[in-house]
Ligand binder design. Structure first.
Ligand code: ADP
Ligand code: MG
Length: 353
């Protein structure tokens, strides 16, 4: 689950991460009131959508007066912002963050993610932060520095200091950087995040270290432990079909193509999407109906799938394989004895339904 930048910043602040003072606004009037309350000479008006790349798409405006705040707020609210992360349809701006402008000396990148290969949280950082980090990762991967964190020890102080030195921070700010890294890591673990990303992390001209942008993603499976986070869900940012599917307990991801696919089992669903791609098709969705689906579930899944506008056909695969007694404890013994392998493949065009 994603949340907005201003919400991420509020959470991080409670873990000691320094962020600029700021306030959310849902209207131009609220934006003006927020700017007056902040009272800073320069205010930044930031579109709050669940996507990055806002700076380059005109979603981050620097205002030098309250009048300019009002103008930018009116311009951004209700606007559809298209960034490299929104897809061509873009996202509508319904909320803003009005924040103190800060005098940036240099922009850095810092993030924590789970590395599945090592089963560890990895901290990644770069002195090439700012708006082009994807380019840095693609063209200069050596500029991205990593520290793997032992889950039993946590982020050790020597690791954050080593990282800060490798990222070429001035010696004078290493202590602040190390504190920010520790705060971000503590929040990542405490809130069951799948991603915590600060881009840019900045050093200001008066040598203050702060998170100027913040993105937190949460592990959906752990949300039951965090009702405070679940409450922050903004359904207007989510795909309507994905939401409807989640309510029915189906794993559905919209992929935008024209061949819908319904499969029981996530691995098989991935393989099916690959088959469609291999033969030149474009999958409309990933849909895992699960191993114990009912007639009702399948009917709901069909309904959700068939709502896709561009649909030309659908592909449904179900596979029941029972070859190993220990790996399939829930399968009946009769099935285990027979080691049955059943494979059904059906393809039908929407027109024939
Ligand atoms: P996005 O990642 O969606 O482009 P950011 O929050 O990273 O949005 O903002 C884009 C850029 O705007 C930053 O790299 C920074 O240069 C500038 N910026 C953002 N917030 C502020 C701020 N409070 N003060 C000064 N500049 C800012
Ligand atoms: Mg950013």
């Amino acid at each position: 689950m994603n949340i907005h930048e201003y919400q991420s910043k509020q959470i991080l602040k409670s873990y000691g991460v320094v962020v600029p003072n700021g306030k959310a606004a849902f209207s131009a009037e609220e934006a003006v009131a927020a700017a007056q309350e902040l009272g800073s000479a320069v205010c930044v008006v930031k579109a709050q959508i669940h996507a990055g790349g806002r700076g380059k798409a005109g979603g981050v405006k620097i205002a030098k007066s309250v009048d300019e705040v009002k103008g930018y707020a009116s311009e951004l609210l209700g606007k559809t912002l298209i960034t490299h992360q929104t897809g061509p349809e873009g996202k509508t701006v319904n909320r803003l963050l009005i924040e103190e402008g800060c005098d940036i000396k240099k922009e850095y990148y810092l993030s924590f993610v789970i590395d599945r290969a090592t089963s560890m949280v990895v901290m990644m950082g770069s002195e090439e932060g700012g708006m082009d980090i994807e380019k840095v990762a693609a063209e200069m991967p050596e500029k991205i520095i990593k520290e793997y964190i032992d889950p039993l020890i946590g982020l050790a102080p020597f690791q954050s200091k080593r990282m800060a030195f490798k990222m070429n921070f001035d010696a004078a700010v290493i202590g602040q950087v190390s504190k920010l890294m520790t705060g971000l890591y503590t929040a990542f673990v405490a809130k069951d995040c799948s991603l915590a990303e600060i881009n840019p992390l900045v050093v200001t001209k008066d040598d203050k270290v702060m998170a100027l942008d913040a993105k937190l993603n949460f592990d959906d499976s752990a949300l039951y432990r965090h009702p405070d986070i679940a409450e922050l869900r903004d359904e207007s940012e989510e795909d309507a079909k994905e939401l409807a599917a989640a309510r029915e307990g189906l794993n559905y991801v919209n992929l935008g193509g024209d061949v819908a696919c319904m499969v029981n089992g996530a691995g098989l669903a991935m393989a099916t999407v690959d088959i469609i791609k291999h033969y030149g098709g474009e999958p409309a969705n990933f849909l895992d109906v699960g191993g114990s689906s009912t007639v009702e579930n399948i009917a709901k899944a069909f309904r959700i799938m068939l709502e896709a506008a561009r649909l030309r056909g659908f592909l449904s695969i179900s596979l029941v394989a029972s070859t190993n007694a220990t790996s399939l404890p829930a399968v009946s013994s009769k099935r285990l004895r027979s080691s049955a392998l059943r494979f059904r493949l059906s393809f039908a065009s929407k027109a024939r339904m």
